[in-house]
Design a protein around this ligand. Sequence first.
Ligand code: SAH
Length: 223
Amino acid sequence: MAEPPEPPADDSPETRMARLILALRSQGVSEPKVLQAIETTPREIFTPELFKQRAFEDSALPIACGQTISQPFIVGLMTQALKVDKRDRVLEIGTGSGYQTTILSKLARLVYTVERYRTLMREAEGRFKALGLTNVITRFGDGGEGWPEQAPFDRIMVTAAAPGEPKALLSQLKPTGILVAPIGKGPVQSLRRYTGDGQGGFNVEKLIDVRFVPLLDGVAKEL
Ligand code: SAH
């Protein structure tokens, strides 16, 4: 597929953001609260210096430690699918750049976020501080195990691909909670939404095909 043309250099950040929001709307991200959270989050502070020019593009970009900051459309779609309420305590697995965390923090009461790379965790914490976010709680660890001490959660979002049903995480969800996660072992996974039925079971919906980095076991040995 052809790359979209580079926007003219004299485009203001406001124009570029307006264009991005239009692109998300046209792809089905329509929830005003979600669009507003994206619009008020400066994505360029989450990308490496080299990619700041491309921060307003609707594409995933590389970050440190061989990881990626998700495509804005996917961030919007997953956030919308999670149906976050202002009273919710949300668990996010895979802090990465902290971009998705920041969007969630604008919609939820509290966001607990887990990352297995120390470097990414530290950089993301710096961004949360700079943005003045007071409702984000971070943890360096293996997110596959969730955060048992803080469970149960109203909502759980996994931003790395789980090889199969994320049982440990589902067990940390409230009976009528919602979990959104990419599920699959290959390069293309299926984005799924699990909605608790209140009786210990889940309704599972397949949303779209996505490409996420894998959810890996344990913490990273590298920094
Ligand atoms: N939400 C991020 C996307 C980051 S990519 C953003 O908006 O930038 C996925 C992240 O999940 C990576 O940073 C990766 O290190 C992390 N990850 C993978 N397996 C993990 C695990 N078991 N526990 C915690 N984080 C994990």
